[in-house]
Design a protein around this ligand. Structure first.
Ligand SMILES: Nc1ncnc2c1ncn2[C@@H]1O[C@H](COP(=O)(O)OP(=O)(O)O)[C@@H](O)[C@H]1O
Ligand SMILES: [Mg+2]
Length: 235
């Protein structure tokens, strides 16, 4: 399975955010999309998920040797600002989510088991989402894709809001499921990208550049990335 972005152009009025951005992403790897604030990471994710229209270019998914324009229902998206119904408890929400997606879910677990996976304590499961911390809300969003298992999983700056323990839990979770998915997570923090990712793609001046994985392990790596990010720093 492969996600292919070809020459994506996206403007907001006069501002060109993506300028023929191209890249391909394979199943089984975690990709770090690294870019400064305002580089266009969220915009790119919105294009992949179908939440934003783009001017030109193609977004395709290759599955079982078949190349097709992406079907947005195959994309799971964890927003940096979680959007959840605050008037439901975590438990009620998961029950609802499982119910509306039941046709898509293969081998569902019990609701309790999903909570165990993301390590949300028993007493918290029956509290209103309104009172959840940012990290807990992110976890709830993440469990949604553990339930429906979309081919492509996008995480927009997810780990930034987590404490160290939760970040580690989530990292381990992503590593556990990565063989079945294309996982891309965006961050402006180099350390997070190097910690978790198999590949790093830099978004800079509206274009995407995949870094050679050899460079990732080389000693001068951080300086090199800093240089790349600085060069395009018009924001
Ligand atoms: N809805 C919008 N309308 C106008 N400009 C936008 C909109 N969304 C993002 N932008 C602009 O596009 C650029 C990229 O933003 P964004 O994709 O949010 O960057 P990042 O996620 O990398 O921080 C920024 O200059 C931002 O101001
Ligand atoms: Mg963003």
């Amino acid at each position: 399975m492969k996600l292919i972005l070809e020459n994506i152009e996206k403007n907001y009025g006069e501002k060109q955010v993506l300028k023929k951005a191209s890249c391909s992403f394979e199943k089984g790897k975690i990709y770090g999309l690294l870019g400064r604030n305002g580089a266009g990471k969220t915009t790119l994710f919105n294009c992949i998920s179908g939440d934003a229209q783009y001017e030109s270019g193609n977004i395709k998914l290759v599955e079982d040797g078949q190349e097709q324009v992406i079907d947005y229902s195959k994309v799971g998206y964890v927003f940096s600002e979680p959007v959840l119904p605050e008037f439901l408890t975590g438990y009620e929400f998961l029950k609802f989510y499982i119910d509306i997606n039941k046709d898509k879910i293969k081998n569902p677990l019990k609701i309790e088991e999903y909570f165990d996976l993301i390590k949300i304590d028993e007493q918290d499961r029956y509290r209103l989402i309104k009172g959840y911390s940012h990290g807990m809300k992110n976890k709830i969003q993440m469990v949604c894709f553990l339930i429906t298992r979309p081919s492509v999983i996008l995480l927009d700056e997810p780990l930034t809001s987590f404490d160290v323990v939760v970040a580690l839990e989530i990292k381990n979770l992503l590593k556990k499921i990565k063989s079945e998915h294309i996982i891309i997570f965006s961050t402006h923090i180099l350390q997070l990208a190097t910690d978790l990712c198999d590949e790093i793609v830099v978004l800079n001046s509206g274009t995407l550049e995949e870094l050679n994985s050899e460079i990732l392990k080389s000693p001068g790596f951080e300086e090199k990335v800093m240089e790349i990010l600085k060069e395009g720093g018009d924001v």
